[in-house]
Design a binder for this molecule. Sequence first.
Ligand code: ZN
Length: 183
Amino acid sequence: MKNYPDLIREVLVAIGEDPDREGLKDTPKRVVKSWSELYAGYMQKPADILSTVFEDGACDEVVILKNIAFSSMCEHHMIPFIGVAHIAYLPAGKVVGLSKLARLTECFARRLQIQEKMTAQIANAIEEHLKPKGIAVVVEAHHQCMSARGIKKQATTMVTSAMRGVFREDQAARSEVLALLKA
Ligand code: ZN
């Protein structure tokens, strides 16, 4: 078993720091401790999160949860990207509690990620476990690896989407759900 705080100590030396100065004394331990939160998604299973479904009262109208705040880590730089996810689905007899959609987002955000993949993973998990008639997932995020380094564009927002079922196949249904998600 590696001594992870020692690895972080080496990183501090590599960037030109003095790991023994007062302010950095406990930093290696704190960094390693933060991993259990930042990367908690690896221990969470979409199947567990979406296991409780309700068939009673499941309507045939679109269910939407907007502005699910998340914080993830870009897998290319291990620098945060932060934003919101909007999820809509058209049930086919099964619905889940809205908090479950937030937890599902969290499960995929708390890993090393790329935004496109995270967006697709959310849609795929809902497709697999709820089998709705349609799914639309839109994710908007600000990538600090763009604003803090590289081309240093401060205010850019990246938008990705994943459409499944009726929202993929039917142009009118897609326009309608996208309008609802943007409203
Ligand atoms: Zn990046």
